[in-house]
Design a protein around this ligand. Structure first.
Ligand code: JB2
Length: 223
């Protein structure tokens, strides 16, 4: 893992994504000072023995010179909650640790933005760039020369062929496939298992045929 500073980390969030990150942090020997979650009372012992700090005001009180943060707020479709938490703390001067799980395969020239998170089994090929606070989740595959925008989420098992561009804040769903050189705009939602074979503009929704989209479905963009 490349959490660069020696500072202990505090994880934002106490749900499933936070626990996946805590596992990666423990595997890399990084000290977890605690986690913050408005839904959990301070003082309790949480996952991996991490201390519950209560809400984010407890993190703000620690100050950016004493801890680095890990954004444990995941996303299943809308990445705004995650993005807003990142922006809120960045504006206060906090820095976010960039995480690469020991079982990920990352080519040496891949560029990872601040707070990017690469989980177990992910494969990132040469020439790719991952934006700040983006998630490349479990077993996702990012082939050569891809560009993943800040705060985007490439969900578990998603497959991106070479030269794919995913815009800021977009969500590429579990086991979705995006073929080579496709560009997806910002804040798009690609449904689980969808196969994207044409470029998509901002805020597009693409789902597998036969699945009911929960928004204005984009006709004919998937096969
Ligand atoms: O502003 C916040 C905030 N907003 C929500 N600050 C802090 N510190 N915590 C916040 N949270 C907390 O994040 C919620 O109270 C909640 O406990 C947690 C989100 O947990 P949840 O179980 O809802 O999902 P998740 O974000 O851990 O994981 C989702 O995304 C992952 C990528 C799930 O869909 C997972 O299945 C998925 N793998």
């Amino acid at each position: 893992m490349s959490a660069s500073a020696a500072l202990p980390v505090v994880v934002l969030g106490g749900g499933g994504h936070a626990r996946v990150l805590m596992d990666a942090l423990c595997l890399c020997g990084v000290t977890i000072q605690g986690y913050s979650d408005p839904r959990q009372a301070p003082g309790a012992r949480g996952p991996f023995g991490a201390a519950s700090l209560g809400g984010d005001e407890a993190v703000e009180a620690l100050g950016p010179e004493r801890v680095r943060l890990v954004n444990g707020i995941g996303s299943t479709r809308d990445t705004a909650l995650r993005r807003d938490a990142f922006a809120r703390f960045a504006a206060l001067g906090f820095r976010f640790a960039t995480i690469v799980h020991p079982a990920a395969i990352v080519a040496p020239d891949v560029e990872l933005g601040e707070g990017a998170q690469v989980m177990a089994g992910a494969v990132l090929q040469t020439g790719s760039r991952i934006g700040a606070d983006a998630i490349v989740n479990t077993r996702a595959s990012i082939d050569h020369d891809c560009r993943i925008g800040a705060h985007a989420h490439i969900a578990p098992g998603a497959v991106l062929s070479g030269g794919v561009v995913v815009g800021e804040g977009s969500h590429v769903g579990t086991a979705a496939t995006i073929i080579q050189s496709i560009t997806i705009g910002e804040r798009c939602t690609i449904g689980a298992g969808a196969v994207v074979t044409e470029d998509l503009g901002d805020c597009a929704i693409a789902v597998s045929p036969g699945l009911r989209a929960r928004g204005p479905e984009v006709e004919g963009k998937t096969q």
